[in-house]
Write a protein of this length. Structure first.
Ligand code: PMT
Length: 212
């Protein structure tokens, strides 16, 4: 029997801590990434799902890695990527983390009145730089304006095979929604629009197009 092809998927938000009880994050629920993981598993892939903190059930039969910060997510993804034939990065990774990191719960009067931020690693860029010719790397672009132009820039800059452009300015199609509507762009100038449907259907449409 042939060994299953390995598929690596990231999902959910990251948490960037300010002290032991406060953090910066975003509303990603993990739904888009979890549906991709579930459909990929059904298609026969060996799926590893690397996720930030979410409160939805884990898909059956996938290898699950739980992380919190962008730094932790990077460490796991960079380690697993070389063995993966397909990688799909849906995680809403925080681009910045606070420079300040307080101990325990910082007291009101000692809390900084302003926070300075430092850049987090761009994990997808790093994977794109590492990518070999037998691997397929798919990114997501969460955009609130000039969607396709911004998605196209990310596709090229990060050396991706495909990018899924997601309009997050529409509450029906972005963070936390049950449904989605996306445009899939390829490095070969292909262009597919998937109309409003469940995130599960969108996940199946994406996988059927990028893995033929
Ligand atoms: O989780 P849900 O509630 O279902 O919402 C789904 C979603 C809206 C989060 C998802 O569909 C989506 O659009 N994910 C991309 C979120 C994002 O961070 O997009 P971006 O345009 O900022 O980043 C572009 C790509 O680079 C993404 O693949 C991201 O995973 C990656 N990235 C970003 C920043 C960073 N420091 N490292 C990265 O790897």
């Amino acid at each position: 029997m042939n060994k299953p092809v390995k598929c690596l998927i990231s999902a959910g938000p990251t948490r960037e801590w300010i002290d032991d009880v406060r953090f910066i994050s975003n509303p990603s629920s993990g739904k888009m990434g979890f549906e991709l993981a579930s459909v990929a598993k059904k298609m026969g892939f060996e799926v590893t799902l690397v996720s930030g903190p979410v409160s939805i059930p884990r898909p059956d039969g996938v290898i699950y890695k739980s992380v919190e910060t962008a730094i932790e997510m990077r460490e796991v993804l960079v380690k697993l990527f070389p063995q993966s034939s397909l990688a799909i990065m849906t995680a809403a990774v925080s681009d910045h983390r606070p420079e300040f990191l307080g101990k325990k719960k910082v007291k009101k009067d000692e809390f900084p009145s302003s926070l300075k931020f430092i850049r987090n690693p761009d994990i997808l860029q790093e994977l794109g730089d590492m990518k070999s010719s037998n691997q397929k790397l798919i990114g997501f672009a969460a955009e609130s304006f000039d969607h396709l132009a911004n998605g196209q820039k990310k596709l090229e800059a990060k050396n991706l095979d495909w990018i899924v452009v997601n309009d997050i300015s529409n509450p029906k199609t972005g963070f936390e929604s049950e449904m989605n509507e996306v445009t899939l762009l390829s490095r070969n100038n292909e262009h597919f629009s998937f109309p409003l449907s469940t995130k599960r259907k969108i996940a199946a449409d994406i996988l059927n197009q990028v893995w033929k």
